[in-house]
Each structure stands twice: as structure tokens, then as C-alpha cells.
Design a protein around this ligand. Structure first.
Ligand SMILES: [Zn+2]
Length: 96
């Protein structure tokens, strides 16, 4: 577990990734990615860095899930009820 989180932390310091890309790179299930991200969000804050979330967006109407704090994908758009929703991407912004 610790190694995966360290690898994921290193990856997110280099570039923004979504949960599907992370699951493929680290060979873990997409469902597990959210648990790791929750942990990483806390540890990066403790280090003075920030986990930046580029939120999910509805591909039908453009609605952005700005207030969504959980690391999972919403089922449908609250505005138009469409289910085609882009994945959020995550990146660690390091203290300069
Ligand atoms: Zn929508």
C-alpha cells in the first residue's frame, strides 16, 4: 500500500492524471484509486503541498461538478440528467 501511494504521489507531481489512467499505470482497480487519493490529499496537505482537482464535467451540457469533494465519478448530471461525464484529473502542486 505504501509503495503504491508513493508511486502515485510521484506521478501526480509530474502531471495531471485521471482515475482510469492511474489504475492502468499502477495496475490497480479504478475503485481503489479513490481510496489512495483520499490518503494522498491528506499527506500532501501535511507536507505543505496541494492536491489540485480538475473537476468532472458533463459532456452533454458542460456542467462542472465544482463542489464535488469525493474522489469518485458522479452517476449523472444534476442539471440535464445525462450520464456522459468526464473523469476528474488530479495533480499535486508543490510548494515553491
Ligand atoms: Zn449536463
Amino acid at each position: 500500500m505504501g509503495t503504491i501511494r508513493q508511486d502515485l504521489t510521484d506521478l501526480l507531481k509530474e502531471r495531471a492524471l485521471d482515475a482510469k489512467e492511474i489504475s492502468r499505470i499502477l495496475s490497480i482497480r479504478e475503485k481503489e484509486v479513490s481510496a489512495h487519493l483520499e490518503h494522498i490529499a491528506r499527506s500532501t496537505t501535511a507536507e505543505g503541498n496541494q492536491l489540485k482537482i480538475n473537476p468532472c464535467q458533463c459532456l452533454a451540457c458542460g456542467y462542472i461538478f465544482k463542489d464535488r469533494q469525493r474522489f469518485s465519478r458522479p452517476g449523472k448530471c444534476p442539471k440535464c440528467r445525462h450520464t456522459r461525464i468526464s473523469r476528474a484529473t488530479y495533480q499535486i502542486k508543490q510548494r515553491s
